[in-house]
Design a protein around this ligand. Structure first.
Ligand SMILES: [Zn+2]
Length: 444
């Protein structure tokens, strides 16, 4: 598809989620996938090698119908590679915006994008939030992990907008004690409240009557972690507002957003191709499988049939609300428990996992379990075998954070055992988990 037609289609789609018909979206996806595969073949060493090993050339992929011929890629496949292997030739990897991992994903992976790609993906996220009623001048508070602005992501348009006070967006650090977060939100009085599901749920439970009266956002949107029905209800009751769930990831920004009418999730079909597969084959509506996605707008560091490690229930090919997007019914993504410590602290798991990731560059994948109040285990799969000094250093810094009353133990494994349900419980507390007692075999 010529560049100007891609740009026009995308611009029109971003202005309104109902601008394009299903037929137009499908034609766009076929054309864009062909371009992506040719680009990855010609310019990205990792994909060239992968396709060659599987005997695939760009001619074999005429559109989305041929997607199943392409091999899957997991985080593990990309983790040990250099930026030059996974980014496109001709793109200066040092100039790309790099997304650091917070640690709460369970598997760190640096994601790189150009400035333009970053704007574009953010625009797709904003389109989703607009469907919930977000207005340009809304005061928005986000309860999550603050990330320092990458200087490569700070150009003149953003600086000019900041000068006039836009966007009216404040990040409230979710690693702070919950009462501090509640106080800060009461000062901000956001018109739109957003954040990671677990933190907003705790804020909702902690807010007293006076605070609830002050906190009256028009709507709440959450993401990053599994939102259970009980959590949704309690957040909604506390703030007197509807709660919507957005399914996102570092690699894709937004993948799907909850429909206001049907409660299914609209897949962002004009941004990516999302497949729900079991044993590499797509599942039928109502069935569960693993999420595999291909970004149609990430060319600097492509993601092609990338395994997100999440489990979803496939929905219908169009939504009952009349939107031109396909749907998924539910997503069982990451579950992260807060940890209660013997000294009385209630700690967000990202605080500990952030320390882990910063102090163990050798780490591939990991899970943290608080077995008892005074015992925390980290099960880790190394990318390269760590030295005894590296292990001792990690244990020292994590133990220093947890305090002398907690015994911290590190176990190195070749691979992590899967949860029977297929969920990713990155941080789990056996002392008390909001996710315990949920029937996972049925959609929720
Ligand atoms: Zn819908």
């Amino acid at each position: 598809m010529p560049l100007h037609r891609t740009a026009l289609f995308t611009l029109r789609s971003l202005l309104s989620e109902r601008a394009a018909t299903r037929v137009e979206i499908e034609a766009f996806r076929d054309a864009r996938l062909r371009e992506l595969i040719r680009h990855a073949w010609e310019r990205v060493p990792y994909y060239r090698g992968l396709f060659e090993r599987h005997g695939i050339t760009p001619r074999d992929i005429r559109g989305v119908a041929d997607l199943a011929a392409l091999p899957l890629t997991s985080k593990r496949d990309l983790q040990g590679l250099s930026p030059e292997d996974v980014t496109a030739r001709g793109v200066n990897a040092a100039k790309l915006i790099t997304h650091p991992t917070s640690g709460s994903t369970g598997q760190p992976l640096a994601v790189r994008r150009t400035w333009r790609e970053e704007r574009l993906l953010n625009a797709f996220r904003r389109r989703a939030v607009r469907t919930y009623g977000r207005r340009a001048m809304d005061r928005v508070a986000y309860v999550g992990i603050p990330v320092a602005l990458d200087p490569r992501n700070d150009r003149l348009p953003q600086r000019l907008l900041r000068r006039v006070g836009l966007p009216r967006f404040t990040v409230v650090d979710c690693l702070q004690p919950i009462p501090t977060i509640v106080r800060r939100l009461c000062e901000l009085r956001p018109e739109v409240l957003s954040g990671v599901a677990g933190a907003l749920w705790r804020v909702a439970l902690a807010a007293g009557a006076a605070e609830r009266a002050r906190l009256r956002p028009r709507f709440v949107h959450v993401g990053g972690e599994v939102l259970l029905p009980a959590m949704r209800r309690q957040i909604s009751e506390a703030f007197g507002a509807p709660v919507y769930d957005i399914y996102g990831s570092h690699e894709f920004n937004i993948l799907a957003w909850q429909c206001r009418q049907s409660s299914e999730f609209h897949v962002c079909d004009d941004l990516l191709i999302l497949e729900v597969v079991r044993d590499g084959r797509p599942v039928a509506p109502g069935q569960r499988g693993e999420v595999v996605a291909t970004s149609l707008h990430s060319f600097a560091m492509p993601f092609i049939r990338f395994r997100l490690g999440d489990v979803a229930t496939q929905g219908e090919s169009t939504c009952a609300c009349g939107c031109p997007f396909s749907t998924i019914r539910s997503i069982a993504g990451r579950m992260n428990d807060y940890l209660s410590l013997p000294d009385g602290r209630l700690v967000h798991p990202a605080e500990i996992l952030g320390i882990v990731v910063r102090n163990a560059s050798w780490l591939g994948e990991y899970r943290m379990v608080q077995e008892r109040l005074d015992r925390v285990l980290l099960r880790a799969v190394p990318l390269v075998p760590p030295s005894s000094d590296q292990i001792a250093h990690l244990c020292h810094v994590v133990s220093g954070f947890l305090g002398p009353a907690v015994h911290f133990e590190l176990t190195l494994l070749e691979e992590l055992p899967l949860e029977p349900s297929g969920k990713t419980r990155v941080a789990r507390s056996l002392v008390g988990s909001i996710y315990d007692g949920v029937e996972w075999s049925s959609p929720f």
